[in-house]
Design a protein around this ligand. Structure first.
Ligand code: ASP
Ligand code: CP
Length: 342
């Protein structure tokens, strides 16, 4: 593979290769000297047309830990505000000999366009495009889950899998590229995903996705879950009213203090609470939940560096998907079950 654009088209072999390589990278980031010479002389451009804290910083840290040169480009303050096109911006960066372009863009499909256009030779990595995909977020989420369950089972993470785990992804699915990338990747890795959202925040066609759908967070928790991934309510993408009030949203779909206590009452002692960040504390997640020992929010951020090191290294060394572990293909059938009816 030359580019990393989505998890939809990522084979199980390539996904596991990234996760296993990320384990090796994690070992490096735990050393006193956190640097490898692997990408010395190569240039990574971070091309961010949308705001970011975690993704931009962790791609920068990842590239630097691999000894690459890094150019950070934010659309704000650039000639994009003078009307410069994506093509001209990309070619300007290409003229600076970029080997990899990490792009975040408000338009779904912009990274694909860049990869297909022939405007540039660099490897393209999607760092979040519109409401479409955010593949490295899903990979770092899977990495976090895999580490957690391997530790519980007392086995090493490398090569272990997350098949059969029950994952609830709850909240603003409609606007979430994180949800889309996670559904595809978790399905490929054999986990069982349930999306939980109000009907107004589910995309058209969700019944064709390889997951269950529910409108009721409490019912989903009661059925038993190994991880609950809360999604941010993406106000910046909402141009209409999608729920009656924030109070109502938080009561029905937020992970509040009562639901945190409920996990204990349900005997779900190993269930983790995830959030990609940034969080709206008090809306989709309470502070007690976000800061509880069950929360993996900061672990996810930490793991993001290792996963992005792995992605950059494999793409720039030309090795992604070349020697994948035995690929058993998608481990579940594509049957979809819409459970909720109201
Ligand atoms: N940071 C993630 C994204 O850019 C999730 C979010 O913003 O809610 O997609
Ligand atoms: N999770 C995530 O993508 O965070 P940022 O938007 O801060 O990069």
């Amino acid at each position: 593979m030359r580019h990393l654009l989505s998890t939809h088209d990522l084979s199980r072999g390539a996904a596991i290769q990234i996760l296993d390589t990320a384990e090796e990278m994690a070992a490096v980031t735990e050393r006193e000297v956190k640097k490898l010479p692997a990408l010395r002389g190569r240039t990574v451009v971070n091309l961010f047309f949308e705001d970011s804290t975690r993704t931009r910083i962790s791609f920068e840290a990842a590239a630097k830990r691999l000894s690459a040169d890094v150019i950070n480009f934010a659309a704000k303050g650039s000639s994009v505000s003078k009307g410069e096109s994506l093509k001209d911006t990309a070619q300007t960066l290409e003229a600076m000999s970029a080997d990899a372009v990490v792009i975040r863009h408000g338009s779904s499909g912009a990274p694909q366009r860049l990869a297909d256009s022939g405007w540039i030779d660099a490897a393209v990595i999607n760092a979040g495009d519109g409401t479409h995909e955010h593949p490295t977020q899903a990979l770092l989420d899977a990495f976090t889950m895999r580490r957690h369950w391997s530790a519980l089972r007392g086995i090493g993470s490398t090569g272990s899998d997350i098949a059969g785990l029950r994952i609830a992804i709850a909240g603003d699915v409609l606007h979430s590229r994180v949800a889309r990338s996670n559904v595809w990747l978790l399905h490929t890795l054999g986990a069982e995903v349930t999306l939980v959202a109000p009907p107004t925040l589910l995309p058209l066609g969700v019944e064709t996705w390889p997951c269950r759908v529910s409108y009721h967070l409490d019912e989903t928790l009661e059925a038993g879950v190994d991880a609950v991934m809360m999604l941010r309510v993406q106000g910046e993408r909402m141009h209409a009213a999608f729920f009656p009030s924030e109070r109502e949203y938080s009561r029905r779909w937020g992970f509040d203090d009562a639901r945190l206590a409920r996990l204990d009452a349900l005997g779900l002692k190993d269930t983790i609470i995830m959030h990609p960040g940034p969080m709206n504390r008090g809306l989709e997640i309470s502070s007690a939940a976000a800061d509880s020992p069950r929360s993996t929010v900061l672990e996810q951020v930490r793991n993001g560096v290792s996963v992005r090191m792995a992605a950059l290294y494999l793409l720039l060394s030309g090795g992604l998907g070349d020697h994948p572990p035995a690929d058993s293909g998608r481990t579940q059938d594509n049957s979809n079950r819409r459970e909720a009816d109201s």
